[in-house]
Design a protein around this ligand. Structure first.
Ligand SMILES: NC(=O)c1ccc[n+]([C@@H]2O[C@H](COP(=O)([O-])OP(=O)(O)OC[C@H]3O[C@@H](n4cnc5c(N)ncnc54)[C@H](O)[C@@H]3O)[C@@H](O)[C@H]2O)c1
Length: 257
């Protein structure tokens, strides 16, 4: 077990995209990082070490209960603490299909990864955080869910994605209400249109929409924009807020007349 006393942040889906930016940003803020992703995360691990922090990368699937336990056990063994969980891993449907035709198979895949995995990972992590509270009454602990503007914006060509994000929004409220008495903050970060592999396939469409004014701030969001918000939560800068939604969307959620 390392003797260093840095807080430990577990970030799911941190091998690339938004999760990678969050992992590196939290490391720059003095946290050790555990990555839980279905793909290897060598490059991100190196960036974390360059920032002077320890990295542990576990390859596993958030939908698999045994993998979730394995990650938590590995963190327990190597660091003996867990202060921050960022539920970031998520997928879009493999194929965008009209809600009148979309398959049950795609529904199950998207709901399992985007909702069931983080919901039960949070359950296991929260139980450990509560146990840690007894010996570390004053340390900041929090859980951050990366949802999406799809939690409220209806896209009938990817209904299962919208449902999963609306549901993780409620999961945020549920855990915020349950964990407040233990001083564990729970937050939802709602990204808008962010430049990652996930949106690469629809780049031209969004280039045009953004140029036409879809978002009051007329540019693509960057993974670093989301990471800055996650870092504010993880550092404990919002201690009297919980269950809060932080939109990182260039103002997309605003209604204008
Ligand atoms: N990019 C956007 O515009 C955007 C907008 C709103 C919300 N989001 C959300 O942000 C999060 C990150 O998205 P991104 O754009 O960085 O996507 P991405 O595809 O670039 O990265 C997702 C990461 O999650 C991992 N992952 C996928 N399934 C997994 C599983 N079953 N178990 C463990 N890891 C798994 C992938 O391997 C990958 O590293 C997602 O929850 C996504 O829904 C993205």
């Amino acid at each position: 077990m390392t003797t260093k006393k840095s807080p430990l942040a577990l970030v799911t889906g941190a091998a690339r995209g938004i999760g990678a930016a969050i992992a590196v940003q939290l490391a720059r803020n003095g946290m050790d990082i555990a990555i839980f992703d279905i793909i290897e995360a060598d490059e991100v691990s190196e960036s974390i070490q360059t920032a002077g922090q320890n990295a542990l990368a576990v390859v596993g699937d958030v939908t698999d209960g045994e993998d979730r336990t394995r990650v938590i056990d590995a963190i327990q063994k190597q660091f003996g603490r867990l202060d921050v969980l960022v539920n970031n891993a998520g997928v879009a449907p493999n194929v965008r299909s009209d809600i009148l035709e979309a398959s049950e198979q795609s529904y199950d895949r998207v709901m399992n990864i985007n909702l069931k995995g983080p919901y039960f990972l949070t359950q296991a992590v929260a139980a450990w955080m509560i146990r840690q509270r007894e010996r570390r009454p004053d340390d900041w602990m929090c859980i951050v869910n990366i949802s999406s503007c799809s939690a409220y914006a209806a896209s009938p060509s990817r209904g299962e994605y919208c449902l999963s994000k609306a549901a993780i929004s409620m999961a945020t409220k549920l855990y915020a209400a349950r964990l407040a008495e233990y001083g564990i903050g729970v937050y939802e970060i709602r990204p808008g249109i962010i430049a990652t592999d996930m949106t690469a396939a629809v780049k031209d469409k969004y280039d045009k929409l953004i140029a036409e004014g879809l978002t009051p701030i007329r540019r693509w969001g960057l993974p670093e924009d989301v990471a800055a918000a996650a870092a504010a939560c993880a550092r404990g800068e919002l201690k009297f807020s919980t269950g809060e939604v932080i939109n990182v969307d260039g103002g997309f959620h605003l209604r204008t007349l």
